[in-house]
Design a protein around this ligand. Structure first.
Ligand code: GLV
Ligand code: MG
Length: 327
């Protein structure tokens, strides 16, 4: 281990993160019944400019009047480049005190963006004698934000998670796609001809770099990396494929922009029974090996060593977190 120890943010289950537009009272009413680990009530891109004020009122009312059980609740405020943001923060925190757990900040470009929100939230919490301390979820969805991601990830003690906002990221980097997430057939390699002169097109994942980059910045700072939206709500297989590859890279969860995506995310970001059983066997085998004074042994024909214990412990801890939430 490095002499620098990474402090972990508060532990929360964040397998699914359901987006609920603040301008739609029917969706707001249904939201508390969702199985999502985190619900974010949206004031930003799902709300048209003319509806912003009413959406703010709807959200304040929903936070105050509805029974949210133990749900983790967040509000996505508007960007720092708009004139809506300050009032989003002030109105929601002052008029619905101690209801929110998190504020989601979109299009974070620099560490100073986070600093500015921290200052505002700190003042409101002090003035209102708030009992709950608000955490931050940051969406990395611009080239500027991705360039500054390391400084951003360290910008405030309030930060809990970094989210990959694929749609805005595509716009910002001028990627040639109009889908929200998912692969693109033009991002592919053509194999050399085989003996029969046959060539194959192998699709690649055009989002591999930003997600892998975001996972590193998040984990190096004790934060949760979360994969963003997948737009084709009619394509559960496509959603599942995107979720799985994000989980494999280290993401803890994925957005659900439709309620049908919630269960998929909850399942795909929970370790499977087979994975947990294997992890427990690794821990047992290594405990036995260490008693015998060995640093490495074979299990099912494969070498495992002390690093394998850490990998296995991550899996078992996640399974325990999920089991606790089910109780
Ligand atoms: C999310 O906000 C996105 O832009 O994908
Ligand atoms: Mg966005």
């Amino acid at each position: 281990m490095s002499f620098t120890l990474v402090e972990q943010c508060p532990a929360r289950l964040n397998r699914s993160e359901l987006a609920v537009p603040g301008s739609n009272p029917r969706f707001l009413e249904k939201a508390p019944g969702s199985a999502a680990d985190v619900i974010f009530l949206d004031l930003e891109d799902a709300v048209a400019p003319d509806d912003k004020e009413q959406a703010r009122k709807n959200i304040v009312q929903a936070l105050n009047d509805m029974d949210w059980g133990g749900k983790t609740l967040s509000v996505r405020v508007n960007g720092l480049d708009t004139h809506y943001m300050y009032r989003d923060v002030v109105d929601v925190l002052e008029q619905a005190p101690d209801k929110l757990d998190l504020i989601m900040i979109p299009k974070v470009g620099t560490a100073a963006d986070v600093y500015a929100l921290d200052m505002l939230v700190t003042q409101i919490e002090t003035a209102t004698k708030a009992k709950k301390r608000i955490g931050f979820e940051l969406i990395i969805e611009t080239a500027l934000g991705m360039q500054n991601i390391d400084a951003i990830a360290q910008a405030s003690k309030r930060i809990e998670s970094l989210h990959f906002g694929v749609a805005d990221y595509a716009a910002s980097t001028r990627a040639r796609t109009v889908n929200i997430g998912g692969p693109n057939p033009d991002y592919a390699v053509l194999t050399d001809p085989d003996a029969g002169k046959k060539r194959e097109v192998h699709w690649g994942d055009m989002w591999h770099y930003p997600i892998a980059r975001l996972v590193v910045a998040a984990r190096a700072n004790g934060l949760r990396p979360i994969d963003g939206p997948f737009g084709d709500i009619q394509d559960p297989d496509g959603y599942a494929a995107q979720a799985k590859r994000a989980a494999v890279l280290g993401c803890e969860g994925k957005w659900a922009i439709h309620p049908t995506q919630v269960e998929l995310a909850n399942t795909l970001f929970s370790p499977s029974e087979a994975e947990v059983t294997k992890a427990r066997r690794v821990i047992e085998a290594m405990a036995k090996a260490q008693k015998e004074g060995k640093g490495a042994v074979t299990l099912d024909g494969r070498l495992i060593d002390i690093a394998s214990i850490r990998q296995a412990e991550v899996m078992v801890q996640k399974a325990e977190q999920v089991a606790k939430a089910r109780k």
